[in-house]
Design a protein around this ligand. Structure first.
Ligand SMILES: Nc1ncnc2c1ncn2[C@@H]1O[C@H](COP(=O)(O)OP(=O)(O)OP(=O)(O)O)[C@@H](O)[C@H]1O
Ligand SMILES: [Mg+2]
Length: 300
């Protein structure tokens, strides 16, 4: 794994920092078979990509997320589930500092990424977002060509060598290449919703991130496009670590290896991590009755 480089000079998001960004060129870490772990994360042999320790998030005076501690493991799909307003988006957006620009946002505790504090002094936010990419609920392609959408971030980050190959690779990984290779110069806005979302995934992976954060990436899509995004998760996790927010229990059960269930604490109404375990445990034998009620649809 390329070492984190907090000493890289900070610059505003989206601004070009040529020469300061190193492209990860190492071969992908081979997938190890999943060891049995009896629901105990400490027995897990995989490397932790994130170690989240006592993270609490506030917007102004209001606390959105309670003290949350969990590890996110490499090359797994970790699903974040829970009722509306329980802090799922707040949680994943805190992993790549996407909340920084929200006025009143404050975070306590630590978010360690490969052992380095994402919120540490001198950490370059551009570099954080290059390594930890994000895709949102609603496909949001730029009003540019398909090619320029995918080439946008590499160009901004000074990754101009072999750009055509980079664009093709990202579109291939996002399972979109065959559908668009003959119309790369056409507007991205002419693609279907499902194609637009795969384009946004291609745009995120064009800079070769380490982690993909997906906030309800299929909720605006029809069942066929949803199925193609889910299939994509299975392929992409061999290369990336994926954290996905979803409201869809079947989807979580189909795509996730690990599931974190958040809910609103009864009295304080603060988003709280209730249970975090492998998918089978969460859906078949959850330890907490609140998890069971939620996954069986008896919530509320
Ligand atoms: N920009 C913001 N400013 C102030 N409060 C916010 C902001 N974004 C979210 N919140 C508050 O933080 C809490 C958690 O919101 P968040 O969007 O993280 O929930 P969520 O679980 O993603 O919900 P949903 O399932 O509806 O997307 C809510 O009480 C919400 O009102
Ligand atoms: Mg949300």
């Amino acid at each position: 794994m390329t070492p984190w480089d907090p000493s890289a000079e900070a610059g505003p998001p989206g601004q070009s920092v040529p020469g300061r960004v190193r492209i990860q060129t190492e071969p992908v870490t081979p997938i190890q078979p999943l060891p049995a772990r009896n629901g105990n994360a400490t027995k897990f042999a995989r490397e932790s990509v994130f170690e989240i320790r006592d993270m609490a998030v506030y917007y102004g005076d209001s606390q959105a997320l309670g003290w949350t501690s969990l590890d996110v493991y490499e090359h797994l799909v970790t699903a974040v589930i829970g009722p509306s307003g329980c802090g799922k988006s707040t949680f994943i957006r805190s992993l790549n500092r996407m909340n920084d620009s929200i006025s009143g946002f404050r975070i306590d505790g630590q978010v360690l990424y490969h052992g380095h504090d994402v919120y540490g002094a001198g950490v370059n936010r551009v570099e954080v977002r290059r390594r930890i990419g994000m895709v949102f609920q609603k496909p949001n392609p730029f009003p540019k060509s398909i090619y320029d959408n995918v080439a946008w971030a590499p160009r901004n980050l000074g990754m101009r060598d072999e750009l055509d190959e980079r664009v093709e690779r990202a579109l291939t990984q996002a399972a979109l290449w065959d559908e668009v290779k003959d119309r790369l110069r056409d507007s991205a806005l002419g693609l279907s919703g499902g194609q637009q979302q795969r384009l946004c995934i291609a745009r995120a992976i064009a800079v070769e991130p380490d982690v993909l954060l997906l906030d309800e990436p299929a909720s605006a899509l029809d069942p066929i496009a949803t199925a193609s995004i889910e299939e994509l998760m299975h392929t992409l996790k061999h290369r990336y670590t994926i954290v996905i927010v979803t409201h869809n229990m079947q989807q979580a059960a189909r795509v996730a290896d690990e599931v974190a269930f958040f809910s609103l604490d009864g009295t304080s109404r603060v988003g709280t991590l209730i249970e975090y375990a492998d998918t089978q445990t969460i859906f078949r034998s959850p330890r907490d009755t609140r998890t069971r009620d939620y996954v069986t649809g008896q919530f509320g």
